[in-house]
Every structure is written in structure tokens, then in C-alpha cells.
Design a protein around this ligand. Structure first.
Ligand code: TIU
Length: 230
């Protein structure tokens, strides 16, 4: 086992590289690019771009370390049979889920907009989880995948911080995983929600988990690799 010690709040966390998974939440064109689901809801999607370089650095480090990498994608079946009417009919978006848009049908599996942005595109051997809800555990086989790999710790990043990232951390925490939010590799359409969502995770001694940043994870992985090489 290769141990890494990640500097984080509310305190350092020691984890086995082999028992840790990087879970990248919904870094999809539908949320990060114009013409997708995020924009139909009235959001300025350019606000999410600053999460891409830290997420890229984190992904590269996880790949070098041989860590399990899981990518998630929010989206629905083309016939919308897995999309709750309460979700589809919510609010007054410019285009509803399933409507045609410039990147294909909004938030529909298999459409270009529902896929992961090129900068973070999965490679062979990485797990892609299609999820109908905000949390990555709800109605997916993520728990089974993690159990089969004996994972006990999740490094979680992606978009949006207070919606799908937060829901997944809450779900993971209740399932017994130690969840570490990688703050600068997360993004939100609402900077104040991003900040307070991360504060919520680490408050009360780490009520939902830990918060760190990509550079601190990368340096923990580099230190563990250097030690293993000695
Ligand atoms: N709207 C918003 O902030 N987020 C979502 O709808 N899904 C995710 O966070 N992925």
C-alpha cells in the first residue's frame, strides 16, 4: 500500500492511494459550454472555466499514481423515462431537458452536450457513471464499483460545487466514505454558494469531510511516489 498524507481542512488526512478514487463530477459540455443545460437555466457558464486547470492537474496526477478515476455525467435516457416530471417541468428554462439545442438534445445521454469536456475526457480504464440525479450514488452502480475496488476515500471535484458535488459528498459520507472536496477543482455559477458549500463540508470538525486544493493533492501524491521509490 502507498500512503499519502494530504494537507486539508479541518486537518491533514492520511489515505492509501490504492483505496482512494478521484471522482470528477459532471464536467460536461452541458454545464461548461454555451448552449447547454446550465445556460438554459439562466447561468453564466464561463464562471465554471477556472475549475478546469486544477481538475486537469488533479486528473494527470491521479493517472500517474494509478488511482481509480471515476467520471460522472448527469443525463437522461432519450425517451426521458428516467427523468422525473418534477425535474423536467421545473422553472422556466429557455429549453427543457430533452429539447434540441446547439449541442444536441439538452441533458440527454449520447448527445454531444451531455459528454465530458475534451480537456478532461476519460481514457481507457476509467469508469464513466451516467447519473439521473444530482448525487452520483442515486440510481447508479457507483457504490458497487467502489466496493469492488475496496475504496474508502473519495477525492471529489467537478461542477457544480453546491449542487452535484455537494450532494455526492453528502451521499458518500453517509455511506462511510471519507470525502475530500478539492475546492479549486470545483466550480459554481454562484461564487458565494461555492465558498459556503466548501465551508459547510469542513465545518464542525469536518461534518461531511475535508477540503483541500489540487496543488496539495498533487504534492501529496508526488511525496508518496518519491517515498515508494526509495
Ligand atoms: N444547476 C446546477 O448548478 N447544477 C446541476 O444542475 N447539476 C450539477 O451540479 N451537475
Amino acid at each position: 500500500m502507498t500512503t499519502m498524507i494530504i494537507d486539508a481542512e479541518p486537518g491533514k488526512i492520511s489515505a492509501s492511494v490504492e483505496k482512494t478514487a478521484l471522482v470528477i463530477i459532471d464536467m460536461q459540455r452541458d454545464f461548461l459550454e454555451p448552449g447547454g443545460f446550465g445556460e438554459t437555466l439562466g447561468n453564466d457558464v464561463s464562471l465554471l472555466a477556472k475549475a478546469i486547470p486544477p481538475a486537469k492537474a488533479l486528473l494527470a496526477a491521479a493517472r500517474r499514481a494509478g488511482m481509480l478515476v471515476v467520471h460522472t455525467r448527469e443525463g437522461h435516457r432519450p425517451d426521458l423515462s428516467d427523468a422525473p416530471p418534477a425535474k423536467v417541468n421545473r422553472g422556466s428554462p429557455t429549453h427543457r431537458i430533452g429539447a434540441p439545442g446547439p449541442m444536441g438534445r439538452i441533458l440527454i445521454r449520447g448527445e454531444p452536450g451531455q459528454d465530458i469536456i475534451p480537456e478532461l475526457y476519460p481514457i481507457e480504464g476509467e469508469v464513466v457513471i451516467d447519473k439521473p440525479g444530482k448525487g452520483a450514488f442515486f440510481a447508479t452502480d457507483l457504490g458497487l464499483v467502489l466496493a469492488n475496488k475496496a475504496i474508502d476515500t473519495l477525492l471529489v471535484c467537478g461542477v457544480t460545487t453546491e449542487v452535484c458535488v455537494h450532494t455526492t459528498i453528502r451521499e458518500g459520507n453517509d455511506r462511510g466514505y471519507r470525502c475530500i472536496a478539492v475546492g479549486d477543482a470545483c466550480g459554481s455559477y454562484f461564487p458565494e454558494f461555492h465558498d459556503v458549500a466548501l465551508r459547510m463540508v469542513k465545518a464542525q470538525g469536518g461534518i461531511f469531510g475535508w477540503v483541500t486544493d489540487a496543488a496539495r493533492v498533487v504534492s501529496a501524491l508526488e511525496a508518496s511516489a518519491a517515498e515508494a521509490a526509495e
